[in-house]
Design a protein around this ligand. Structure first.
Ligand code: 13P
Length: 365
């Protein structure tokens, strides 16, 4: 029998628990704005979008998002990329401070991206552990209160392999432990990718396996679950599968998978949008919150990147005179998803939301 020595004080635990709870307060969720500069090049060159990708344009774009009036009602936290964490508003206010002054909790992505797992069929692990403790301490000093680390697992004939599930679960658990020791709530993200032609049942089974590996590793590493959040995929059929799973089927499969694998001690689950359209992401989140197929002892909210930003980018086009319009779009998406966390999204409104797929074959964060 192994022994475990407490490594967080009661105060540290209370602080982490409180931050996690605030991030998933009813009606609110997270904006993932942590796209690295190279990924912003992709986003700025999407369908009907042509925006120059320079550091100053990225700064302006983030300022537009962070200063949207009223959005704090629906957005509890924002995930930054390192570049944005260092940037300031045009009035010289550091972005982390600008957000905390508005009641929005600043967070930051701390992983250093994915690398191949040699000898596998294109599977990956995620890097960045070596100096993570020091970086966490710096970010906490700079105002961050939570962090994100993304791992991705792909569904194929022979994947995900035992090795990939083990390795990714373990790296997530090491990250979570180091983050908590530095006073930061870890968002644990084991994303099962949307890529592929698998059906809904396959996605459900793989998601259950990946989550089971993840929570075993978090337990082995003595991670304080009450001070964590999970960022998973919704359970859907693959992008290239003939038929789309309906919001009701998606919700049933997602909630069933979660009830089998996620401990009730976890305060909240914040979904990624993973390439679904804006309309689909919101409808699915709403259906998940109204689903009664299995117990749901956690808050079920969002940490969307693409599904909160696609219409904003389209409206903005990099032009100052479109800022108002773009901010209106952001507020509409934030509010829609806020309502979906309560199961109160009016489905008729989905007709006005963008149904264009936001799928990217090789999506990098
Ligand atoms: P998407 O919502 O665009 O999938 O991204 C969320 C995210 O932060 C992935 O790590």
């Amino acid at each position: 029998m192994q022994t475990s020595v407490p490594y967080l004080t009661a105060d540290q635990e209370a602080d982490l628990r409180e931050t996690a709870k605030r991030l998933v307060a009813p009606g609110r969720g997270i904006l993932a704005a942590d796209e690295p500069p190279e990924t912003m090049a992709q986003r700025f060159a999407g369908a009907d979008i042509k925006i120059e990708n320079t550091e100053e344009v990225r700064r302006k774009y983030r300022e537009l998002l962070f200063t949207t009036e009223g959005v704090q009602e629906y957005i509890s936290g924002v995930i930054f990329h390192h570049e944005t964490f260092q940037q300031k508003s045009k009035d010289g206010i550091p972005f982390p401070k600008l957000l905390s002054d508005r009641g929005i909790i600043p967070g930051i992505k701390t992983d250093r991206g994915m690398v191949p797992l040699a000898g596998t069929d294109g599977e990956t692990t995620t890097q960045g552990l070596d100096d993570l403790g020091e970086r966490c301490a710096e970010y906490r000093k700079g105002g961050a209160r939570f962090v994100k680390w993304r791992c991705a697992l792909k569904i194929g004939l022979q994947t995900p392999t035992y090795l990939a599930m083990m390795e990714n679960a373990n790296v997530l658990a090491r990250y979570a432990s180091i983050s908590q020791q530095n006073g930061l709530v870890p968002i644990v993200e084991p994303e099962v990718l949307y890529n592929g032609d698998h059906d809904l049942q396959t996605c459900q089974k793989v998601t259950e396996q990946v989550l089971a590996f993840t929570y075993k590793a978090l337990s082995d590493h003595h991670v304080f679950l009450e001070g964590t959040l999970l960022k998973p995929n919704m359970v859907t059929s693959g992008r290239s599968f003939g038929a789309r799973s309906s919001p009701q089927d998606t919700a049933r499969a997602t909630v069933t998978a979660f009830s089998r694998t996620i401990p009730p001690a976890v305060p909240g689950i914040v979904f990624l949008s993973g390439g679904q359209s804006e309309a689909e992401s919101t409808l699915n989140l709403n259906a998940i919150n109204t689903c009664t197929a299995a117990p749901k002892p956690w808050a079920l909210s969002f940490s969307f990147g693409r599904a909160l930003q696609a219409s904003v980018l389209k409206a903005w086009q990099g032009d100052d005179k479109n800022i108002d319009l773009a901010q209106k779009q952001f507020l509409v998406r934030a509010k829609a998803n806020g309502l979906a966390t309560l199961g109160q999204y009016d489905e008729k409104e989905a007709a006005a939301a963008d149904e264009n797929s936001l799928f990217v074959e090789k999506n990098e964060y």
